[in-house]
Design a protein around this ligand. Structure first.
Ligand code: IPD
Length: 266
């Protein structure tokens, strides 16, 4: 690997902060929808495009041999074996509506998975970071998931996709889960939901339909904090399903989700 992991994390963190500052400046002027993707509610703002452009330019300047996979289309091949996985504004709908919960999410992956991660929330100023084998931090302080072991008292985050048919099934799953837990949160930015599991604000989180840029950085933040992230039946977390939880709760939440009708999760 050219450059040390410390250098990669430093670049990821500084780029996420710079990107977040740009998103915030855009937010202070007019924010408007410039395009839609999978449905009329899956929106792209001018800020999404501008922020991804900034991130891309910083990565290309510093790491010309690395690949890039960005939510807004920054796909670039590389030769180094490293891929930067970028969500310029995770929580775009919140951002569009002036709700503070949005973040720039950046991970660097090799053949074994994520190596470093940075998730920066410009509206709060918080930055979550993680480095494989070394831990996870919130603004430089180590973080841990909760000690929760009981689903009945667990605060669980989730999210919904943009397609109406998928949302209908996701609603059925939430209806089945809700009586078995303390309460549910749908806060609108998957990367931050994962970071909230890592630092103990949520006991667990699950969502179907996450894309690589929603998942890459937050997943490393959770696992390096000591939490668990998977799919169902021993599968890895993926678009099919992501379940992230405190270590004492993960198996119970996976088991509960496995008992639900597969068609509702699919
Ligand atoms: C979305 C958010 C949302 C989640 C969706 C994601 P975007 O990402 O993370 O919380 O429920 O599945 O697509 O579109 O704001 O980058």
């Amino acid at each position: 690997m050219a450059g040390t992991e410390e250098e990669l994390l430093d670049l990821a963190e500084h780029t996420a902060r710079e990107a977040g500052a740009l998103a915030r400046r855009h937010r202070e002027s007019a924010v408007g929808v410039v395009a839609t993707k999978s449905s009329a509610t899956d929106v792209v703002t001018a800020a999404d495009t501008a922020v991804e452009g900034l991130v891309r330019s910083r990565i290309v300047a510093a790491r010309p041999d690395d690949a890039i996979l960005g939510e807004e289309g920054s796909h670039r091949a590389g030769t180094s074996g490293l891929t930067w996985v970028v969500d310029p504004i995770d929580g775009t709908v919140n951002y569009l509506h002036g709700i503070a919960r949005y973040a720039t999410s950046i991970a660097v992956e090799d053949a074994e998975g994520p190596v470093v991660a940075a998730v920066h929330a410009p509206a709060t100023g918080e930055t979550f970071t993680a480095r494989r084998g070394h831990g996870s931090w919130l603004d430089g302080r180590p973080i841990r998931p909760t000690e929760a072991t009981e689903l009945a008292t667990a605060l669980v985050g989730t999210g919904f996709g943009y397609r109406a048919d998928r949302r209908a099934r996701q609603g059925e799953v939430v209806a089945a889960v809700l009586p078995r837990i303390a309460d549910i949160r749908r806060a609108g930015a998957a990367s931050l939901d994962l970071c909230d599991v890592a630092c103990g604000r949520l006991d667990a989180y699950f969502e179907q339909g996450l894309q690589p840029w929603d998942l890459a950085a937050g997943r490393l933040v959770v696992t390096e904090a000591g939490g668990l992230v998977s799919g169902l039946a021993g599968a890895a977390a993926s678009e099919a399903l992501t379940v992230a939880a405190a270590p004492g709760l993960h198996a119970a939440l996976v088991a509960l989700l496995e008992t639900l009708d597969a068609a509702r999760l699919g």
